[in-house]
Design a protein around this ligand. Structure first.
Ligand code: NDP
Length: 450
């Protein structure tokens, strides 16, 4: 049985019977059959379907948000915003997919030559619990608009949301089996990737999960896209507007109770402003309201699982043992960890070297721009970096120095359907969203007429 447990109360809210092998086979068979007709639908038909999905999400957003809050403790206001963002990505691809996948003419010595972007078939999505709807929809919207079929293996702790996502597509009137959720644990994934009816796989989650999935896909010569962890730096240069920077860095780290791949996890501050900045930052963190995810004024909820909170607590304690100092927070009760700010973090500490996936941030100072860049790049991850400065030409000059997949200036890193999203190094490969995302799972077919 797969269990959903409320991390705020500890109560088991639902149990799900794992699919048997014949049930999995039937789901894949149905998906494969559906592909044969779905790939022939026009962009206009798919657009209408995706617009209905967006309407359904907006219409019943409170219902879907409630189960997200119950299953993984996300404060309800943030859960509702997540559903609204899913509606946005559906509308975005409904309106833009046709142009993004239009035939591309190329002049050659032939009488005609061009590239067509054709769907490839059934794509498996292995997804995490931190944004139970958003992570899935940012895959599903472009995949369906491209003419592909989606099969979901969601994180085991958010199976109710996974079933709700399937319900969204059903309620919106999408043809049956365009999108199905498989109620399974991760041990079933290898066989599914190896099934010839599965053409590709996308995974969002940790490095070990990504390595396992990509390894199997690689052995079968199947395409994979990986969106793994991050340890984004928030770099505050000495000319930054401190009040505005604090107002951006606090949600950059603490929204979604810090459980986001793109959260700012390493605060890297110029030493001349470090004290003033830290005082302002700590004051804002103290003001964040922790509590019941169902209270509308709660900003920090429990973490999604107790083991995740224990892991973060361990990273904090290990850093403290090596000389870091806790300014606020540091205490844990079950799945709840107080918003924590730690100063004096150095490169050898867990809070710098590892991904910290929760409401805790480490502060490191720098003297020179070169040192700041070196600190940012000294990470196995490469998802993104935020830099804070009032000098835009300085910002432009240093952007090429960063090894990450994204640089945001005076802004927290966020995913936006219009912009490509993805990382370098162990943050993964491939891109989601924008034109780059929809072209990941298509056959770029070259056509040439003599
Ligand atoms: P996992 O990476 O273990 O889970 C993500 C998804 O991968 C789930 O659907 C999970 O299924 C599946 N999975 C896990 N192991 C394998 C495997 N060997 N083969 C195939 N699929 C697998 O995340 P955790 O929940 O354990 O979180 C641990 C850490 O991962 C976090 O602390 C954070 O660092 C990172 N993470 C990053 C996310 C991101 O947005 N990039 C999101 C979530 C976590 P199942 O639940 O059944 O195990």
């Amino acid at each position: 049985m797969i269990q959903s447990q409320n991390p705020y109360t500890g109560e088991v809210i639902e149990e799900f019977k794992e699919y048997t092998k014949p049930q999995i086979n039937e789901a894949i068979e149905n998906a494969d059959k559906r592909f044969k007709s779905w790939k022939k639908t026009s962009f206009k038909e798919r657009e209408n379907h995706l617009k209905n999905v967006a309407k359904e999400l907006n219409k019943n957003k409170e219902e879907y948000a409630r189960d997200i809050s119950l299953e993984m403790g996300k404060p309800i206001i943030q859960a509702v915003s997540e559903i609204e963002k899913c509606a946005w990505v559906c509308e975005y691809y409904a309106e833009n997919a046709e142009a993004q996948l239009a035939v591309k003419k190329i002049d050659t010595d032939g009488s005609r030559s061009y590239v067509r972007y054709e769907p490839i078939g059934v794509v498996l999505a292995v997804m995490p619990w931190n944004y139970p709807f958003w992570q899935v929809f940012r895959f599903a919207a472009p995949a369906l608009m491209a003419g592909n079929i989606g099969i979901l293996k969601h994180a085991s702790n958010v199976m109710r949301s996974a079933n709700n996502i399937q319900k969204v597509f059903q309620r919106a009137g999408l043809p049956e089996h365009c999108f199905q959720n498989l109620v399974i644990g991760s041990s079933k994934i290898e066989a599914i990737i190896k099934d010839p009816r599965i053409k590709a796989v996308t995974l969002t989650g940790s490095k070990p999960a990504g390595a396992a999935v990509a390894g199997t896909a690689g052995s079968e010569i199947k395409k994979s896209v990986l969106e793994l962890g991050g340890s984004n730096a928030l770099v505050v240069f000495k000319d930054a507007n401190l009040d505005e920077t604090v107002a951006t860095c606090v949600p950059a780290r603490f929204q979604n109770t810090g459980q986001s791949c793109i959260a700012g996890k390493r605060l890297i501050i110029h030493e001349s402003i470090a004290e003033e900045f830290t005082n302002k930052f700590v004051k804002e963190v103290i003001a964040l309201k922790s509590g019941d995810p169902f209270n509308e004024d709660t900003f920090i909820g429990p973490m999604a699982r107790k083991d995740l909170a224990e892991e973060l607590e361990k990273q904090i304690n290990e850093s403290v043992k090596k000389g870091a100092k806790i300014l606020i927070g540091g205490n844990r009760k079950d799945a709840y960890l107080e918003p924590t700010v730690v100063t004096g973090v150095t490169k050898d500490m867990s809070m710098f070297r590892e991904e910290t996936f929760g409401p805790a941030i480490g502060i490191t100072t720098f003297k020179t721009t070169e040192e700041a860049i070196e600190l940012v790049n000294d990470s196995e991850f490469g998802l993104g970096v935020s830099i804070f400065t009032q000098d835009m030409s300085f910002a432009e000059d240093i952007i090429p120095e960063f090894e990450d997949g994204a640089v945001f200036v005076n802004e927290l890193l966020k995913s936006d359907p219009r912009l490509p999203f993805g990382g370098t190094k162990t943050s993964g490969y491939g891109r989601e969203l924008s034109v780059d995302g929809i072209r990941e799972f298509v056959n770029k077919k070259t056509v040439y007429f003599k």
